[in-house]
Design a protein around this ligand. Structure first.
Ligand code: ADP
Ligand code: MG
Length: 266
């Protein structure tokens, strides 16, 4: 994990928000500076990110909330190196993604970032075990066996490893996706509405596991959610509206998050 300390100057412009709400210096797993992203052009241009300055504290669980279309997925995709900004900068640790070649970016993504999608994104013809190690197999890297065993055991998949996705429940499939994201021991995990397709009991298992990964392994987790109960698992909630960070909340409770959402009409 990067141990770069960011001097205040690094995030000193107005509007900068650190996800742990503390004053500098703090350790950031990732941050943006004046991040903008536009889609389309001319009359149909959409400004999905409108000058976002945000820092994601290392070793913490951050939730991102906001109305549909407010730019949550775009922010996560750009911070994870899955999409590029129109202007501004994204840093993972102290590396600015825009300065990397395609090959360097692919490597950074593979080694430092895990992504959990709402729709699981598992390959149907592969077993759970094969899905979990696929990114490493493609990269030609070897998983750390002890780590992998502990991840698989923690997500409760030990006796499901030979099953294919169609033979697993939704919750089990998402656990495979979470294990896949953790398998290479990335410093940063992004999860875009990971419990959106799950019933509440299975959802709380996944949330509990991500919380555990933060507490036990000092994992950094960033999660988009619409659900105040899910957001309450996080250390900090960031609120996004119209492509801007408009508020943050430390040590959230479901009730406080709900009140904040009502205030926004979100
Ligand atoms: P959220 O995840 O908060 O619902 P998104 O980041 O998906 O929001 O989208 C933010 C805005 O950018 C929306 O207006 C959306 O329609 C637009 N947008 C997102 N992705 C694309 C795309 N690939 N092409 C065009 N517009 C897009
Ligand atoms: Mg989205």
């Amino acid at each position: 994990m990067s141990t770069t300390l960011f001097p205040p100057a690094d995030l000193a412009h107005p509007g900068a928000v650190a996800s742990n709400g503390t004053t500098p210096p703090y350790r950031l797993a990732a941050h943006t500076r004046l991040a903008t992203k536009t889609f389309g052009r001319g009359g149909t241009e959409v400004r999905a990110l409108d000058g976002v300055d945000v820092g994601l504290a290392a070793g913490e669980f951050t939730a991102i909330m906001g109305p549909s279309g407010s730019g949550k997925s775009t922010l996560m995709h750009c911070m994870a190196g899955l999409d590029t900004l129109s202007s501004g900068e994204v840093f993972v640790g102290d590396v600015e993604l825009g300065a990397l070649s395609d090959r360097e970016l692919t490597r950074l993504r593979r080694e430092q970032i895990g992504f959990v999608f709402q729709s699981f994104n598992l390959l149907p013809m592969l077993t759970a075990a094969e899905n979990i190690t696929l990114p490493m197999d493609l990269a030609g890297t070897k998983p750390d066996g002890e780590w992998l065993d502990s991840v698989i055991e923690t997500v409760g998949l030990t006796d499901r490893l030979k099953h294919r996705p169609s033979e697993l429940s939704g919750g089990q499939q998402q656990r495979v996706a979470v294990a896949r994201a953790l398998a290479a021991r990335p410093q940063l995990i992004f999860a875009d509405e990971p419990t959106g397709n799950l019933d509440s009991r299975t959802g709380s298992e996944i949330l509990g596991f991500m919380r555990y990964a933060v507490d036990r392994f000092a994992q950094t987790v960033v999660m988009v959610t619409h659900d105040p109960v899910a957001a309450a698992y996080a250390d900090t909630v960031l609120f996004l509206a119209d492509g801007r960070i408009v508020d943050s909340m430390s040590s959230p409770s479901a009730d406080r998050v709900l009140d904040r959402m009502k205030q926004f009409g979100a």
